[in-house]
Design a protein around this ligand. Structure first.
Ligand code: NAG
Ligand code: NAG
Length: 221
């Protein structure tokens, strides 16, 4: 298993960490070395409402490949069992994700099965859900006393799904007829709770069909 090679240090480390061969159940499909840390499996899915998930349960937006060998829930020799460990923060990934082996391709998948709102209830960044991270334990069905651990990071991608809203509206201002042209008469402000890159807002005045005087005013977008 550990072939003697010139790079003895590297061989020694990888053999010490992984008693599981690359083709064995529960091994990572991606090469290390992982040097004294758990390998990291990185995945990404888009945020979704329950309606979207019900409508498009197999959309590529809501799944990603779990790059591990083995067949989830299957029998030995290829079968593996997966367990989400308890070191997650705030949101329990077991409520939100499922792991399954795709019958046709044999690929392992992570699927989003419950709604996740990346943006949180407010425009503050600290209620956003950008990432689920936890440890995943994998055991081969052929020998359930083998336990292989991975750090899992699931990035939640943003959908521009929120309308901006004005802060402090409705606004009103009184303008004296002698006010010089170019004077500022009102300041407005709006927020959008989407991810900062898609939450930029611009402003414009919407004229009414009847002349409402709006043509006498301009707004800085
Ligand atoms: C199962 O794995 C454990 C831990 O690596 C090992 O000690 C044991 O010999 C294995 N059992 C079999 C039947 O291969
Ligand atoms: C949003 O605004 C930021 C900061 O002004 C800018 O860097 C970014 O390119 C804007 N994004 C879009 C999508 O317009």
């Amino acid at each position: 298993m550990c072939r003697p090679m010139l790079t003895l240090l590297v061989v020694g480390l990888s053999c010490g960490l992984h008693s599981v061969l690359a083709q064995d159940p529960c091994s990572s499909l991606d090469a290390g070395p992982y040097l004294a840390t758990k390998p990291t499996l990185t995945m990404r899915v888009y945020e979704a409402t329950q309606t979207e998930l019900d409508q498009y349960p197999n959309s590529d937006k809501y799944k990603d490949e779990l790059r591990l060998t083995g067949s989830i829930g299957g029998p030995a020799p290829a079968g593996i069992t997966l367990e989400v460990m308890g070191n997650f923060q705030l949101f329990n990934p077991r409520d939100v994700f499922e792991f399954q082996t795709e019958a046709v391709t044999g690929k392992n998948l992570l699927k989003l099965v419950k709604a996740v709102d990346r943006d949180g209830p407010t425009d503050a960044l600290d209620d956003d859900i950008n990432m689920f991270s936890f440890t995943l334990k994998c055991s081969p069905a052929s020998n359930t006393s083998i336990e292989v651990y991975y750090d899992v990071r699931i990035q939640i991608m943003d959908v521009n799904d929120n309308f901006p809203s004005f802060v402090g509206a409705p606004y009103s201002a009184t303008v004296n007829e002698l006010t010089p042209v170019g004077s500022t008469v009102l300041r407005v402000s709006a927020v959008d709770i989407d991810f900062p890159l898609t939450s930029n807002v611009t402003y414009s005045i919407v004229p009414a069909i009847v002349d409402d005087g709006s043509s006498m005013f301009a707004i800085d977008p």
